[in-house]
Design a protein around this ligand. Structure first.
Ligand code: G3H
Ligand code: 13P
Ligand code: ZN
Length: 332
């Protein structure tokens, strides 16, 4: 058993309480590589922001869970080396799909876990979330649960609506499961193609796709029913058009990629939404920089030559999110 406390990590309880009260959101950035980890830490230290570093199943398959755990421990030491005396870094399991994987992560130094039972029947979701909570709380690890299903690009907007979180369920769910935070579905979705062109309108000036707005009415109804309870938004990348354009200009093919407009995430951050998940934007920032660098420097073959601008571009994106979208800067 390795406690996250030995690694210098923190759970999410205090950061969420402050964020809800202060009207900002904590960034939850997925990481798979050393360059992402370095860029996240540099951005968090520079902006004096708490940060959640999260690990998906895909990340564990790609990089190995143990290595990622040691990278998170390294992140704390790196933050201190960069001059941050008291880094607030949580290591979070993203989309844990069983009690067993949550337990394994708790036993191995994670400070926060998500049990994603959103596709299960309601009572089963509560039962497994509760089991995870009972185990996690013994070790002061915090637990995120999910209610409502995130829309995928294959869904029609109309059918997506039926997957939205039902406000009338959140009080019962949060009380009976004992979860510390709740991921909800109000129209965000994972990946770089959050909406089909048919679900969007087109800006007549730029020709760019304009996605349908998030369901703020549902968010506000949820806030009314569980006042001050920490809410989480998954699938919250904005899919920046300049990165998409760079990728497409230098040989990529991402037609009609579209994300969540940043103004809407800014608005959500001011509510009880206190954790905003961003993965795809990091992928886009990395790929855009690498494609551009290799196209402009065809003789380069040392990975450090193209990973350095990739890391810088990701850091720029992380800083932008923290300062201009989530408002978690200067909170340490
Ligand atoms: O929630 C999904 C995250 O973007 C992680 O995706 O499983 O491909 O690493 P991944
Ligand atoms: P994006 O694909 O919008 O970055 O969402 C990431 C996420 O929700 C990870 O859990
Ligand atoms: Zn997610």
């Amino acid at each position: 058993m390795t406690s996250y406390k030995e690694l210098g990590l923190v759970n999410t309880r205090e950061m969420f309480a402050k964020a809800v009260k202060g009207g900002y959101a904590i960034p939850a950035f997925n990481f798979n590589t050393m360059e992402q980890m370095q860029a996240i830490v540099q951005a968090a230290v520079e902006t004096k922001s708490p940060v959640i570093m999260q690990v998906s199943k895909g990340a564990r398959n790609y990089a190995n869970g143990t290595i990622l755990r040691y990278m998170a421990q390294g992140a704390v030491e790196y933050a201190k080396e960069l001059g941050c005396e008291n880094p607030q870094i949580a290591l979070h399991l993203d989309h844990g799909d069983s009690f067993e994987i949550c337990k394994e992560c708790i036993d191995n130094g994670f400070s926060s876990v998500m049990f994603d039972g959103s596709s299960l029947p309601y009572e089963e979701n509560i039962a497994i979330t509760k089991k995870v909570v009972e185990y996690a709380h013994k070790y002061d690890v915090t637990v995120e649960a999910e209610l409502g299903v995130l829309a995928g690009v294959e869904d029609e907007v109309s059918s997506a609506e039926s997957h939205y979180t039902r406000p009338e369920e959140v009080e019962d769910f949060s009380k009976r499961s004992g979860c510390d935070s709740l991921a909800i579905s109000i129209g965000t979705s994972h990946g770089a193609y959050k909406f089909t062109p048919e679900q969007c309108t087109r800006d007549p000036k730029t020709g760019k796709l304009v996605p349908p707005p998030l369901a703020f009415d549902i968010l506000h109804e949820i806030e009314k029913r569980i006042p001050g309870f920490p809410i989480v938004l998954h699938g919250s990348s904005s899919v920046p058009q300049d990165e998409v354009d760079t990728i497409n200009k230098f040989g990529g093919k991402l037609p009609d990629a579209v994300g969540i407009p940043e103004e809407q995430l800014r608005e959500a951050s001011k509510s009880a939404v206190c954790k905003i998940n961003i993965d795809s934007d990091s992928r886009l920032a990395m790929t855009a920089a690498i494609r551009q660098h290799l196209a402009e420097n065809p003789g380069h073959f040392d990975p450090r030559q193209y990973l350095k601008p990739a890391r810088e571009n990701m850091k720029k994106m992380y800083v932008h999110k923290i300062v201009n979208v989530l408002g978690s800067d200067n909170k340490l």
